[in-house]
Design a protein around this ligand. Structure first.
Ligand code: GTP
Ligand code: MG
Length: 246
């Protein structure tokens, strides 16, 4: 799971994991990579906090929260081999990896790409980029969220599925209609701003239309469990696209 802080990565890890276990009967391994997590909605089988903890780094290195989170990301990357061996020992059918909330630190420092490489050595890997529908309900916000996902895809080098979360809240309907109707999206973009910003937004939209003709975003509510079957289908399709038909 990747995505901005608060998008619902941990909740989706929990809900998808329960669905895979209970509805599909799969063995699932939950991995927590958030060294700053105080509480998680699932019980991790493999937990980075066994090696690195943000609160401890703050105390022991006299760092503020941002410095400690950066240090934690770099330190966590040094334990990837141990984390990968623990995951292998489980021999699960699915591994759900919950990434730290501080997306820019995870994706743009070394730890994100290194983690992606370590996971790809274990098996087929798909990134579920979680987008908060409430925060993406204007055209410019939605385009920005999708572009951030493209940047993450490029950095991590992992097939990425955009998962628009919090479908149970008001903003989701507008996101859904913009995503399912490119003409409407274009009209909304043109209406939202004027001048050079509209040109910029239309340029981004053209790029997104190309990306989304390959993979449409999936709409879910991690909290209510809606849309999880669709997400599972999208994961399977992504696996097929990278050559795995099992
Ligand atoms: N209404 C609604 N709330 C949700 C949904 N998914 C998550 N939330 C809430 O959104 C908040 C953030 O969810 P998390 O799962 O902690 O998000 P996260 O991306 O793991 O957050 P960080 O680890 O801090 O980046 C929590 O209060 C969740 O209960 C959803 O589908 N609907
Ligand atoms: Mg989280």
């Amino acid at each position: 799971m990747t995505g901005l802080a608060g998008a619902g990565k941990s909740q989706l890890t929990c809900t998808l994991g329960e669905w895979l276990k209970e509805d599909k009967g799969f063995e699932v391994c939950y991995v927590n990579l958030d060294a700053g997590a105080e509480w998680l909605p699932y019980k991790p089988d493999v937990d980075v906090r066994g090696y690195v903890r943000v609160d401890r780094i703050m105390r022991e290195m006299s760092l503020g929260i941002n410095g400690a989170i950066i240090a934690a990301a770099d330190m966590a990357a040094q334990h990837l081999d141990e984390i990968a061996s623990k995951i292998s020992a489980f021999d699960p059918e699915f591994v759900l990896v919950d990434s730290p909330g501080q997306y820019e630190i995870f994706v743009f420092r070394e730890s994100g790409p290194k983690t992606a490489q370590a996971l790809q050595k274990l098996g087929k890997t798909v990134a579920l980029n979680v987008i908060d529908a409430e925060l993406a309900s204007s055209p410019s916000a939605l385009l920005t969220a999708l572009e951030l996902s493209t940047a993450s895809n490029l950095r991590l080098g992992v097939t990425t599925i955009n998962v628009v979360n919090k479908a149970d809240l008001g903003g989701a309907e507008r996101v859904k209609s913009m995503l399912s109707d490119p003409k409407l999206m274009r009209e909304e973009v043109e209406r939202e701003r004027g001048g050079a910003i509209t040109d910029l937004a239309l340029g981004l939209l053209e790029h997104m239309e190309r990306v989304m003709s390959v993979q449409r975003p999936v709409l879910v509510s991690a909290l209510k469990g809606d849309g999880i079957e669709d997400l599972y289908k999208a994961v399977n399709e992504a696996m097929c696209a990278c050559g795995d038909l099992t």
